[in-house]
Each structure stands twice: as C-alpha cells, then as structure tokens.
Design a protein around this ligand. Sequence first.
Ligand SMILES: NC(=O)c1ccc[n+]([C@@H]2O[C@H](COP(=O)([O-])OP(=O)(O)OC[C@H]3O[C@@H](n4cnc5c(N)ncnc54)[C@H](O)[C@@H]3O)[C@@H](O)[C@H]2O)c1
Length: 416
Amino acid sequence: MSFKPPVYVIGGGMITRIQLLPTIYHLQREGLVGDIHVCALNAPPLRDIMNDPALAKAFPGQSIIPHPDPAKVSDKEMFPDLNKELLASAPAGSIAVVAVPDQVHYPVLKQAIEHNLHVCIVKPLVLKHQQAEEVAELAYNKGLVVGVEYHKRFDYRNMMARRAYRAGRFGEFRLAQAQMIEPWYYRDSNFQNWCTCENSDMFTYVGCHYVDLVAFITGLKPVSVSVYGIKDKYPNGRDGYLWTDGRVIWENGASLSVVDAIGYPNSAPGGNAQGLAMWGQGPNDATLLFHSDQYRGVKHGYTAPGTDPGDTIYGEPNPDYFQLIDSGGPGLTPIGYGHRSAEFIIKACRKAAAMDKLSDRQQFIKQLDAEGIMATPRNSSYNELVIEAARMSIQNGGREVAISYGDKSGVQFKQY
Ligand SMILES: NC(=O)c1ccc[n+]([C@@H]2O[C@H](COP(=O)([O-])OP(=O)(O)OC[C@H]3O[C@@H](n4cnc5c(N)ncnc54)[C@H](O)[C@@H]3O)[C@@H](O)[C@H]2O)c1
C-alpha cells in the first residue's frame, strides 16, 4: 500500500477553494495523500467548499473533513484556536497546508513545526526576515520541509527565462518593468478589512511576485527598495495604499520598477493586468525578455457572463494558471502552474515524510535550498527583507530603504 500522509489545511478561503484544494484532491485521487482536513475561523467558508459544484464535478466522491463541522455549529460562532488543536492532533510527519491571512502565517507555522509537520504555505512565508530565519532553523533541526507557494516560478515561461539567463543568453540584467493590477471589485471584498495602510499595501501584497521572479530568473539579490503609495478609500471608509509604484535596486546595480494597484477595470476582459519586461546588456547588443502574463492568446465571447465577480461576456482567460480539464478518467484534472507549484511542494513534503532518518531529511532540505526551484525559508528570505523595506519606505513617502545581508542582515534608511 502506498504511503499516504494526511493533509491539514489551515484556512478555507479563496486560494484554498480555487487552487490548493483541487490539487490536494487530485493527489488524494492518485493515492499520494490520505484524509484532507480543512480548518477555518468559522463554518460558512467550509460549507461553501463542501457545496461547491465545481469541486463536486471535478472530484466526485471525494470530500474534506471540516473543522468546525458546519452541520454541528452555528454560522456566527468563531473558532480562532481550533487550528492549534487540529495541528496538535496531527500525527508527526503529516502535511500542513497554510492558507490563512498573511499576519497569521507565523504563529500557524510555528505550531505546525512544533508538532513535526511538513509545510506548504502560501506566500508570503512571514512578514519579518528574522521570523523567516527562525523558521528555517527550527524546521531544519527537525528535518521538516517548508515550501513557500510562489506559483509564478512554475510557469514554464519563467523556468525557460531562468535557464536562459543562467546560461548567459540574456547577458547582464539592467532594467525591468513589471505590473500587477488587481480588479477594482477587490475593493468590495474582505481586502477592505485587512489590506489597509497600517497592515499592508499593494506592493507588499502582489509586487512581491515580480520581485521574487526577477530573483528566481537572475539569481541576484535585491539591495534597496523605495515604494510610493497613493492612499484611497475602500467602500467601508478605511484607507488603503491602493496604488503603488515600487523601485527595487539589485546587487549588480540593475533596477526593477513595479506598479501594483486595485485598479483593473471590472469591465476589462482578463483576471487582472500583469506582465514583465526585462532588458539586459550583452557583449555586442542589448537583450530582451517580454512576458504578457495577462493576455495569453485566448479570446472567448460567451452567450452571457459567468456568475463570479468580474466575469465579462467577452473574456481573455488564462489557460496557464489553473484549469480543471477533462483528460479522461473520473471527474476533471487540474493543470497549470498553480497546480504544478502546490503539487511540487506537497510531493516534496511527502518525500521527506517517508524518510525515517533525520540526516536524510536534512540532506534533502539542503538540496531543495540549493536547487532554488521551490522557495524555502532559507533560499527566499530576501522576500521578507523586501517586505520590511517596502513597509518602511511607503510609510515615509517613498524614502529609499537599504537591505543588508549576512550576519547583520536587516533594513535601514539609505544613507547618502
Ligand atoms: N498569488 C498568490 O500566491 C496568492 C493569491 C491569493 C492569496 N494568497 C495568500 O493566501 C492567504 C489567504 O488568502 P485568501 O485570499 O484565501 O484569504 P481569505 O480571506 O479568502 O481566506 C482566509 C481564510 O483563513 C481563515 N482563517 C483566518 N484566521 C484563521 C485561524 N486563526 N484559524 C483558522 N483559519 C483562519 C478564514 O476563516 C478564511 O477561511 C494570504 O496569505 C494571501 O496572501 C496568495
């Protein structure tokens, strides 16, 4: 019988429902993982998952074990500590999938590690560099894999770019421009309750994807950050930095400028606006990398718009991120870089879980750190430094904040 570690998903929100759970169901159908527990703060999101027609069609006969059970509690009751009980009840070597709001990542991660669980966690790992270092050390000492789910790394175009850059085919990176502009209707969602000026901003929330990608492609580290943010009001009256313009300088002097916003028109045909352009210096000529990550060559005109927010009658869907397709067999099969990313991390967790010896697991963690395909606390903690620097900068009118590495790693206002 194949080895099937159970999976404990903490967080039952949007990313769990549309991306992580389909992949975990698929792995369960393939006989690679066991029972799937899902924990949320309260019952309604779990009921939504259990009644989701798309999941039922794709994974007939499969289900989650909900915590709390919507059949047994009222919708109003809150269970902020249930995740602790659940993680404490998980057998050592099980897999925790962490998909709670950013500020809850650190305590949930610590619980998972304390109870000897391997972890797949959505980005950002944590909000402070020192916490990332602490998690790296605690997990390594116990031989636990922690993988951070930056799914753009698993988009083949980025893997192609990384290979070509590292083979010298793009010369030396000099300038880049990226954008990720999320849809206007996000202003009406739960964002207005947490993505407010004192907690986060659009650069911190989505700009990190392209910062991570430039590091993934080039292997360079970011050394300074400045972020200018424009405050705007959410429908509930709270202030958010809903338009941001960030500039990241890299250790070779190159510069990446990233604009991020909740500002993509609801009437527009894609899920958001996103893309990357990079220019480099070759021996005799310039080099170019251009990725349209929004329009991927697909145009659909429907009989009527779909029922989700932002659905339009004319659409430009992304066939590469995450789709459920009929490829024969029961139900539907998840495909795309969102699927490959979560699958890669959960398979790495499973592989480590099957190793009895601590030294074997530690060797495997070192291999994952060194390969740098999967983001780990050790190999991607520059992301936490960028977050710290960005928060400092945006709250000080865009002042440049320098990042230092090594024994004295940290951030401080740049001295001129
Ligand atoms: N592109 C990406 O990589 C990407 C995209 C979207 C979201 N995310 C990340 O995923 C995480 C979740 O985002 P989302 O959009 O699914 O949020 P969401 O608000 O839709 O869902 C959050 C879930 O966490 C649960 N939760 C909160 N506190 C909890 C606790 N103490 N115990 C148990 N459950 C708790 C809530 O009940 C809810 O089900 C965030 O860290 C976000 O940054 C990443």
